[in-house]
Ligand binder design. Structure first.
Ligand SMILES: Nc1ncnc2c1ncn2[C@@H]1O[C@H](COP(=O)(O)OP(=O)(O)OP(=O)(O)O)[C@@H](O)[C@H]1O
Length: 299
């Protein structure tokens, strides 16, 4: 079980987490998504007990996470800035994680090291970015910790290795179902692996849903511009595009679409109603309020 109750954490004037609440009570593969700076890493570090909340509380296995030895032994967080000893070679790091984590599987670590073509005698600090990510995944999966948090495990990996990684994570989870949180900017790639989505926006949970509900929360509506313009006045739209003079598309909430009470005839003859991808859903829901990119080059 992991639970955040109104967790807030600031760094100076910067609020990394802002009244963040959610709960995961049993084995689930959850994707933690959000734009840059949304608070994903801060949330994972909070659950790992590395950060103390300013207010609220993060619980892991019913205990406050901060500096808890019980939490440390039952949870692994892999992330780019893991504090390994300087000059440690991969086999030494595997041994030290094996000593710490009760469920650590050395045979699995060995198989993953071979699969990822890593050299156990090589110092971690000499690995390329993608190879270092591969090694962190070795530790993250071989630890078999009841709570497994993978912060951008695919950083620097080439596309074919990223595909393999998603399969590995899924196979590992099927073999040993547990709470797994994976943060990633590659939602379109990783979504087949996931059961749930935790969308973090401005330090808070914007959505926590199963993948299907997340994806179907927005919908695309296309039709003649005057027809669409009439509907647009009644709902909040997340995007609008014109396709030539004859067609206009809007993106709106599926619940708002249902409330419009359109007849079946209107839907079939006058409008094209389509689902959108989960990645587009994420993009529309979190669209930045910042400037227009055309302003950068057009004077
Ligand atoms: N140690 C720190 N010191 C100061 N500010 C921090 C620190 N850690 C995080 N922040 C700030 O908190 C906010 C959230 O950062 P965080 O790394 O959690 O976001 P993220 O969603 O993981 O981003 P990204 O996708 O870019 O990795 C950012 O504004 C960041 O600058």
């Amino acid at each position: 079980m992991i639970r955040c109750e109104a967790v807030t954490k600031s760094f100076g004037k910067n609020k990394a987490l802002n009244n963040c609440s959610f709960e995961i009570s049993g084995p689930t593969l959850t994707g933690v998504i959000g734009v840059n700076g949304a608070g994903k890493t801060s949330l994972l570090k909070m659950l790992a007990g590395f950060l103390k909340p300013d207010s609220g509380e993060a619980y892991v296995l019913d205990q406050p996470a901060f500096h808890s030895m019980m939490v440390a032994q039952n949870l692994i967080l892999i992330e780019e800035g893991m504090p390994f000893y300087p000059n440690a070679v991969l086999s030494e790091l595997v041994d030290s994680y094996h000593r710490f984590y009760g469920n650590f599987s050395k045979p699995l670590a060995q198989k993953l090291i071979d699969y990822f073509q890593l050299n156990p005698a090589q110092p971690y600090q000499k690995l390329s970015k993608g190879m270092a990510s591969r090694f962190r995944v070795v530790l993250g999966l071989a630890a078999q910790a009841p709570i497994t948090l993978l912060d951008e495990p695919n950083t620097g990996m080439d596309p074919s290795m990223r595909k393999d990684l998603y399969q590995l994570i899924l196979k590992d989870y099927i073999k040993n179902p547990r709470i797994m949180l994976i943060s990633s900017h590659y939602l379109g790639e990783i979504e087949q692996t996931l059961e749930e989505i935790l969308l973090i926006h401005k330090g808070a949970v914007m959505k926590h849903d199963c993948l299907e509900s997340f994806q179907s929360s927005l919908i695309s509506l296309q039709g003649r511009p005057e027809k669409i313009a009439a509907l647009e006045k009644k709902v909040k739209t997340y995007d609008q595009k014109d396709y030539g003079p004859g067609q206009r598309q809007i993106i709106l909430r599926t619940s708002d679409f249902e409330e419009l009470g359109l007849s079946e005839e209107e839907k079939q003859l006058e409008l094209e109603v389509k689902g959108i991808s989960s990645e587009d859903c994420f993009i529309y829901l979190t669209k930045q309020e910042g400037g227009n990119l055309n302003d950068i080059y057009d004077s």
